[in-house]
Design a binder for this molecule. Sequence first.
Ligand code: 2P0
Length: 326
Amino acid sequence: MHNGKARAFTNIALIKYWGKKDQQLILPMNNSLSLTLDAFYTETSVSFSKDYTKDTFYLDGQLQDEKATQKVRHFLDLARNQAGIFKYATVCSQNFVPTAAGLASSASGLAALAGACNNALKLDLSPKELSRLARKGSGSACRSIYGGFVEWEKGNSDQTSFAVPIASNHWEDELAMIFILINDKTKEVPSRNGMQRTVDTSSYYDSWVKSADLDIKKAKDAITKNDFHALGKVTESNCLKMHATTLAASPPFTYWSPGSLKAMNKVQAMRQAGQNCYFTMDAGPNVKVLCRKKEVEDIYHELQKDFPAEQLVIAYAGKGIESLEM
Ligand code: 2P0
C-alpha cells in the first residue's frame, strides 16, 4: 500500500491561459499569470494497492461515475508511469468551497492530486517537477504549486513548460479578491472545449496570443512596482480580450450571463465613483473583483447594495501546495 495526501489552493489568472499548442502535453499558447487564493482549496488522498481491481474516485464523499473518474485515471496513469508502480488507486478528494458557489476548480483539484501522488509514490519531485506533472492533469493546476503571484512559462516541450513564483516582496498580502457568485448560469461550454474551439475557429485568436506577451510584461512590471492600478487595468483588459475571442469563435459562445454583465457594470461604475477595483472572469459566469485589502470592506459594502451577502466571498492571497498526514 502506498498512501499520500496533499492540500492545494485554487488560483485565479490575472493574465489568462486560453488555448493549447499541444493538447496531449498541455502546452499553452501563451504565458499566464495568477494569484493563488486562500478561500478555495482541495484536499486529496490517494492509496495505491495491489488489492484494488480498478481506480475509484470519491469527491466530497460521493463515488464518482465513469466520466468524472476518467480525468483522474488519466492523471494516475501519468504518475504510475513516472514511478514505475502499476497498482490501481482509490482517490478521495474534498473541495473546500462555499456551498452552491459553482466553483469546482480543476486547478486546486489536479494540483492536490499531483501532490498526493508525489507523496504516495515517493516520486520526490522538486516544485518545478511537480508543476510539470500537475500541468499534464490540468493546465491551470501547474500554477497552484506556489502561493502568491505565479507565472506559467509556456515553454515548448514537457521539460520547459512549468510555473514559477514571481518575486513580489509579499505585496500580494495587501490585496484581496471578492467573488461575486452569479447563479443564473446557462449550460456552459467546458473550458477545455471552449479554448480549443477558440484556437481552431476564432478570427480574433491570433491577436489574443500576440497581445498576451505585452500583458504579461505589464502585469509583472506592476507587481515589481506594487502598482495596483496598473495591475488592475491589465487584468481587466486581458479578461475582456479573452472573452472577446469566444464571441468570434464558430459556433460563437460566451461565458457571460445577465448577472455577469450586471457585476461588471457595477465594478466599472464603482471605479468611476472613485473606488479602486477591477474585475476578471473565467470560463463561467462568476465575476472576481481585485482590490486592496485596506479597501475591501468599503468595496464589499458597496457590492452588497446590488448583490446579497450569500453571493459574495472575500479571498486573500493563499499558500502553495502542502503535504498532509493521512
Ligand atoms: C486560466 N482558465 O488561466 C484560464 C482562464 C479558464 C479561463 O485555465 O484543459 O481547467 O485542463 O488545461 O486549466 C481553465 O482551464 O484547462 C483555465 P485544461 P483548465 O485560469
